[in-house]
Design a protein around this ligand. Sequence first.
Ligand code: A2P
Length: 276
Amino acid sequence: MTRTEVTANGRARRLVDGNEIPLLGLGVWQVDDGRECEDAVRWALEAGYRHIDTAQAYGNEASVGKALRDSGVPRENVFITTKFFPGHKDPEAEAQRSLERLGVEYVDLYIIHWPQGGPTWAWDGMQRAQERGYARSIGVSNFSVAELDELLAVADTQPAVNQVQFSPFEFRRGLLDACEQRGVAIEAYSPLGTGRHLEDAAVGELAERHGRTPAQVLIRWAVQRGLIVLPKSTHRTRIEQNGQVFDFTLSDDDVAALDALDRTGNTERALERKWW
Ligand code: A2P
């Protein structure tokens, strides 16, 4: 897969299974279930986001579902991702529980949250969840190239995405190139470095030059690289701003300057440190 598979309007990408995914999504990691999460999701939908990324481990699927219903945006117009918590045993049964909490009949994307216990054991259950119609697309998260290759060797249906920590500062070029070669789209979580990268002087200088915010520059970089990007915020103005990244363009030099901020040594790994 290459960046040429970004759709004509530059806002979505076709996955290897043929499904289309909006490049920009709201991430709701560390967003409290209840009012905080409902507000963030509703504001995002009002601001034009059509992609929400949650997980069983986040404990806020019910709020995501409630906000979706309250927004009045038709279910089929919103791309919803949830993630299998690999501390549990059965991805198919857990998918059903996610659907109940979300109050939807399917999710658009269901991914293994991290390769706990190895990269292959959960995949049968993921494929069953897809076959039963619980998930349109299936994928993984926090998988290195070596882990992806182990999975690809045994998978009937290949993973459509690999969601990893990705930003100019975590520009995992070895992982990105290998994923592209294998038809696996990268989804960038923590694209703002959970806020840390917003203080960087080089990012700030670029933002000033474009009359944009540092967050917009980092999100736009990901979009121009054809990545699916999942910034998180619980503030309405920030959610709105972070969504306004389709009306300006970084030059090739700007993109190269951001690429050069990488601190991972262009790694093929998904993480600097495993947490499981
Ligand atoms: P908050 O949720 O209070 O708005 P990441 O997407 O890399 O995980 O980063 C999320 C962090 O960055 C959160 O702490 C969020 O704070 C903050 N953040 C998100 N968007 C912006 C923005 N436009 N300006 C400043 N901080 C932001």
